[in-house]
Design a protein around this ligand. Structure first.
Ligand code: FMN
Length: 178
């Protein structure tokens, strides 16, 4: 698919069909994540792929605050959890790069999924301790995000995105581009 179309069409999907995902599509989205840039090319991430229904249900129950992604995690045939080892990455200007590294990798995966006709929804609000325990994730890893992956069963409304002139300046802060 055309790259701009992939960017344009991606939405956070919360309603999925239960249909299985072909292995070549799973391989393709993981490959996209694998190729992401990272601090010092340390690739501090690990991905846990959960297909088992009971485990997905438990993950869904570990989402916080009436999370609207809950149903999607239960419905979609796959949940991908991105974990990162902070010690393998770095901290510059008080910014934790393990979060940056793993967010880029996850976004690669999300865009590749869109390219394969698969829906995703970045989920950031969950009980990390519960998820670590149920998936036996080692103590030194943080769970940064998770996403259901599956065939969308909805076309989400277009979320309003800010105009380029609202978010970008030319040469110096406050100089509009156009
Ligand atoms: C860091 C981050 C955390 C998010 N956490 C959640 C979440 O816990 N539950 C949820 O339903 N959506 C979550 N989202 C999805 C956003 O709500 C969604 O991206 C935003 O509303 C824009 O919609 P769009 O993705 O369709 O463009 C999260 C997105 C990001 C980037």
């Amino acid at each position: 698919m055309d790259f701009n179309q992939v960017l344009q069409d991606r939405r956070s999907v919360k309603n999925f069909k239960s249909q299985e995902i072909p292995q070549d599509k799973i391989d393709s989205i993981l490959n996209a994540a694998r190729l992401a840039p990272s601090w010092g090319n340390k690739q501090c991430w690990k991905f846990v792929l959960v297909k088992n229904y009971e485990t997905r249900k438990n993950i869904s129950n570990a989402l916080l605050n009436e999370n609207s992604a809950r149903m999607g995690v239960e419905q979609a045939p796959l949940t991908v959890i991105v974990c990162a080892e902070p010690e393998k990455s770095s901290e510059v200007n008080n910014q934790q790069y393990y979060l940056v590294d793993s967010a880029i990798a996850m976004d690669h995966l999300i865009l590749a999924a869109q390219n394969e006709g698969l829906g995703t929804c970045w989920v950031g609000q969950f009980d990390e301790r519960r998820i670590k325990e149920m998936l036996h994730i080692p103590e030194e890893y943080r769970v940064v995000a998770l996403t259901p992956v599956g065939i969308p069963n909805e076309t989400p409304d277009t979320e309003a995105k800010r105009d380029i002139n609202e978010i970008a300046y030319s040469d110096s802060w406050g100089n509009y581009l156009h």
